[in-house]
Each structure stands twice: as structure tokens, then as C-alpha cells.
Write a protein that binds this ligand. Structure first.
Ligand SMILES: Cc1cc2nc3c(=O)[nH]c(=O)nc-3n(C[C@H](O)[C@H](O)[C@H](O)COP(=O)(O)OP(=O)(O)OC[C@H]3O[C@@H](n4cnc5c(N)ncnc54)[C@H](O)[C@@H]3O)c2cc1C
Ligand code: SF4
Length: 453
């Protein structure tokens, strides 16, 4: 159960609770057997494929020799969010995808599951504080503000707190964790497990979470909001971990009205809203060809929607979703319809959705006269997220690029304002949790130098 200082406990009855785990935790015997398969390669390709550079063969060897705590230390030394990353990283295209076993057409080492075993076993017994007790620093009197409580900010907050800096996190939502708690597919990580990790991080030092507070531009702080100017004057440094904005809309006829959801918004409700019901939904259309599209399609299929179609306007070779995720979703009944465009959402007299009108597509565009009516009661739009970075401009000197991403120095993650750093999706345009953790690490390294000097 997550501690109440991190967030109000989410109510029971949420749909995500009905979904089982795709990669359940190893027990000791399973972990040691798998660890013993590792060849402890020199110049190991798995390390090079990890965005945070975890020394994978070393932690696996420690598991094999019974030093599970040591394994957790090796992991967390490079990635403070090593527990959630173990569960959510697309290892198939990162570390495990680079494992030498692939070249021999043999099963690669299950690096993610071993990493989960090491971190979960260790941290469930005393958390991070027990692991780092001897190295936590006394208070420096310096204060750092985090904007957003997603993985980028949580990782940065933990690293700063260990060095004795006070951290205050401002989060506009009611719960912490960003997409790690409210976006990740439940078969990988459920909200309460994401909160568990946040609690471990918070235990490392003086970290305060202020939820329901949005950081805004302008001159006046009103209830529920705080200005960028106040943060710059009250804190020694600021970290922007803004993530991305709301789901984009398609602009199809009939799109406005009940039954049409943004995919990220619907996933958030599956994970957090006990009032959400899919009763009466037997057919659903998911529009998009990326990882968010396959995630929501897969979740709907696992929640009992009989026919879920992912509709993509280009060819199957151009799908941007990971092949392993599509294969796994299809195993649970997701149908992928490529070279199709949704041209209209058809509703009955009461406004309820009855069908989606799909046209064949050429070069991503609908071909006139090829429409067919496909029954559906729910449509999820997974065609991208807008940028939420406008607030960044309220911090004098911070710049955005042409795609609305916060501009930083690649090595230090410092922005054009010497007191402001940034990392995660708002900088990289939307990658993975492990990238947010790595960018936070780079930012904190530079921030520590600046705070010391
Ligand atoms: C549906 C979905 C599934 C995903 N699945 C995976 C996966 O399986 N594995 C993986 O590694 N990655 C996955 N990702 C990507 C991953 O979740 C992100 O890369 C990661 O969460 C980025 O972290 P962040 O801290 O940059 O942003 P976020 O997680 O988006 O957090 C940003 C936080 O900032 C808050 N915020 C924004 N503006 C303000 C403001 N002005 N004031 C106060 N608070 C503010 C937001 O409310 C939010 O809580 C997925 C993403 C999506 C959308
Ligand atoms: S590449 Fe595979 S076998 Fe080699 S060290 Fe990494 S996990 Fe072990």
C-alpha cells in the first residue's frame, strides 16, 4: 500500500486491477537459474544498449552469487528508477535485444526480469533509505523546485535529496508519477507499484510533494497555481519535467461527443477511475499506429471488448509501434487494419456511436468511394500528444525548438536560463521512462556543480 504522504490511495474497482502481469516476478530459484545463463561478456553489448549504462553483467553475476542487495546497488547507481524501468523498459529493443544470445537464435537473457528481482527483493525490505543510509548527506540549506512529478522529476528529486538538497515538487494532477503511474500498460506496471517506487525515492531525503498545483506564467499566484517567477525567486534551481500535453484530435466528422476518447486520457481512467465502465462496448476502434495505439487496443481486448481494431493509415511496415508489442496484442485478439482511414464516426439519434466509417488509404489519404461501415461503440484516438511546453517560456531565457521541445545543452541538460534544467519527454519529444531517468541524471550532475559553486 503506498504511503499517504505521496498520494491519496486510489480506490478499488479500477479496471486496471482486472489485468494480470505479462512478466511476473521471478522467485529466487528462477532468478539464479536465469542469471547463470549469462556469459558475462567483455565489452557487453547489453550495457551499450542501456540508455542509463547499467553494468548488466555485473548485477547479473551478483544475483548468481546470492548478492541480491549488491545487484540492486549496481542497478540503482546508474538508474534510480531501476525498479520501474525493469518492468516497463522495452528490453526487446534495448538490452535484451542486444544480448549475444540473439545472434545464435537463442532466447536472450531476461535482463528486465532479473533487474526486477534484484530491485524488488531489496527495496521491499527497507526501501532505498536502508540501502543508502551511510551515504545520505546532511542538509545543505539549498532548495530546488521540480515542475511536474513524472519520472524525470522523481529521479532528479531523489538524486538531489541524497546530496542534502531540499526538493519541492509541483504537480498539477492529484497524484504523482506522471505517465509511470497513469499511462503505463497495467500488464507491465500498475499505479500502486509506481507509487511504491516514488515512496522509496521520497525516503531518501527532504522531498515535498505539492499536488493540484499548476506552474504557470504571469505575475500573480492564485489558488491552485504558482508562477514561474515565484519559483525562480524562491528556489536556488528549477527542473522542468513537464512531459507532453493532451491527446491530439483527428478532426473526423462525428468526433465530438460521447464514446470518443483520447487514448492517453482513456488509459489514465482505466488506471485511476473506479467509475469507468466498458459495459455495452463490444467493438472498439483505435486510431493510430504507434505504441500508445497498441497499448490501449491491447488493454481494451484484455478487458473483454470482443473486437478491437487498430486502424492505421499506412502500411504494416510503417507502423511505429514495437513489433513485439503488436505481436503480443494480436495474441490477445487485437486486429490491425492497415491502409485504412477513419472518415466519420456514425451516431444514432440518441448520439451513441454505432459505426466507424473506414476508407481504404493510399499514401496515408482516404480513397473516395472505398468506405465501409464497421460496427463500434467506442473510438480511441492515439495519433499523438500535443506539447505542454508553453509554460517553459515563462522561465526567462528558456527556449523551445520548432517542435515545441525545451532546448537544453545535450551534456548538462541546462536550458538558456542558468538556474533552469530540464529532461524527459518535454525535451526528447516523447521517449521512454529510462530516457527520462538518464536525462534527469545528467541534469542533476550539472545542477550539483552549480549548487556547490
Ligand atoms: C500510453 C503510454 C504508454 C507508455 N508506455 C511506456 C512503457 O511501457 N515503457 C516506457 O519506458 N515508457 C512508456 N511510455 C513513455 C513514458 O511514460 C514517458 O517517456 C515518461 O513518463 C516521461 O516522463 P516525464 O517525467 O518526462 O513526463 P510525464 O510522465 O508525462 O510527467 C510529466 C508530469 O508533469 C506534470 N505537469 C506538466 N505541466 C505541468 C505544470 N505546468 N505544472 C505542474 N505540473 C505539470 C504532468 O501532469 C505530469 O504528471 C508511455 C507513454 C504513454 C503515453
Ligand atoms: S550480452 Fe547477454 S550474455 Fe552477454 S553480458 Fe549481456 S546479458 Fe549476459
Amino acid at each position: 500500500m503506498p504511503p499517504s504522504f505521496v498520494l491519496p490511495v486510489l480506490p478499488d474497482g479500477r479496471l486496471e486491477q482486472r489485468i494480470g502481469e505479462s512478466k511476473p516476478a521471478y522467485n529466487e530459484a528462477e532468478a539464479v537459474t536465469e542469471a547463470n545463463r549469462c556469459l558475462y561478456c567483455a565489452d557487453a553489448p547489453c550495457i551499450r544498449a542501456c540508455p542509463t549504462g547499467i553494468d548488466i553483467p555485473t548485477f547479473i553475476r551478483k544475483i548468481a552469487t546470492g548478492n541480491v542487495k549488491g545487484a540492486a546497488r549496481t542497478i540503482l547507481a546508474e538508474n534510480l528508477l531501476g525498479y520501474s524501468c525493469a518492468r516497463v523498459c522495452p528490453v526487446e529493443v534495448l538490452c535484451a535485444g542486444a544480448c549475444v544470445y540473439n545472434a545464435w537464435e537463442r532466447q536472450p537473457i531476461a535482463i528486465g526480469r532479473l533487474q526486477r528481482y534484484a530491485t524488488e527483493t531489496t527495496l521491499d525490505n527497507g526501501g532505498m533509505k536502508a540501502l543508502y543510509a551511510s551515504s545520505l548527506k546532511a542538509s545543505t540549506g539549498k532548495k530546488v523546485a521540480m515542475v511536474g512529478a513524472g519520472p524525470a522529476s522523481i529521479a532528479a528529486a531523489g538524486l538531489l535529496a541524497m546530496e542534502g538538497h531540499k526538493v519541492v515538487i509541483f504537480e498539477r494532477k492529484q497524484v504523482a508519477g506522471g505517465l509511470n503511474s497513469l499511462g503505463i500498460a497495467p500488464y507491465k506496471l500498475k499505479a500502486n507499484d509506481a507509487f511504491k517506487e516514488i515512496a522509496w525515492v521520497f525516503d531518501l531525503g527532504d522531498i515535498e510533494l505539492r499536488t493540484g498545483i499548476e506552474v504557470v506564467g504571469g505575475d500573480f499566484t492564485i489558488e491552485g497555481k504558482i508562477t514561474a517567477k515565484s519559483l525562480l525567486s524562491e528556489f536556488d534551481a528549477v527542473f522542468l519535467g513537464l512531459g507532453l500535453g493532451p491527446d491530439s484530435a483527428l478532426g473526423a466528422k462525428g468526433e465530438d461527443g460521447p464514446g470518443v476518447h483520447g487514448a492517453v486520457e482513456l488509459i489514465e481512467r482505466i488506471k485511476s477511475d473506479a467509475g469507468l465502465s466498458l459495459a455495452g462496448v463490444s467493438h472498439a476502434l483505435v486510431i493510430g499506429g504507434g505504441n500508445t495505439a497498441i497499448d490501449i487496443a491491447h488493454e481494451l481486448a484484455l478487458l473483454g471488448v470482443q473486437e478491437v481494431s487498430m486502424v492505421y493509415r499506412r502500411s504494416s511496415e510503417q507502423l511505429s509501434a514495437y513489433a513485439h508489442e503488436i505481436e503480443y496484442g494480436m495474441k490477445h485478439g487485437v486486429r490491425v487494419r492497415t491502409e485504412r482511414v477513419l472518415t466519420e464516426i456514425v451516431r444514432d439519434a440518441s448520439g451513441a456511436i454505432t459505426h466507424g466509417k473506414l476508407a481504404h488509404a493510399k499514401d496515408g489519404k482516404a480513397v473516395a468511394g472505398t468506405e465501409e461501415l464497421v460496427p463500434c461503440q467506442l473510438v480511441a484516438m492515439a495519433i499523438g500528444q500535443s506539447r505542454a511546453t508553453d509554460v517553459a517560456k515563462a522561465f526567462e531565457g528558456v527556449e523551445l525548438d520548432g517542435k515545441g521541445r525545451v532546448v537544453v545543452d545535450a551534456a548538462t541538460h541546462r536550458t538558456g536560463n542558468a538556474k533552469v534544467w530540464s529532461g524527459g519527454d518535454c525535451v526528447n519529444g516523447g521517449k521512454e521512462v529510462v530516457n527520462a531517468a538518464q536525462e534527469a541524471k545528467l541534469a542533476v550532475r550539472d545542477m550539483l556543480r552549480a549548487l556547490a559553486g
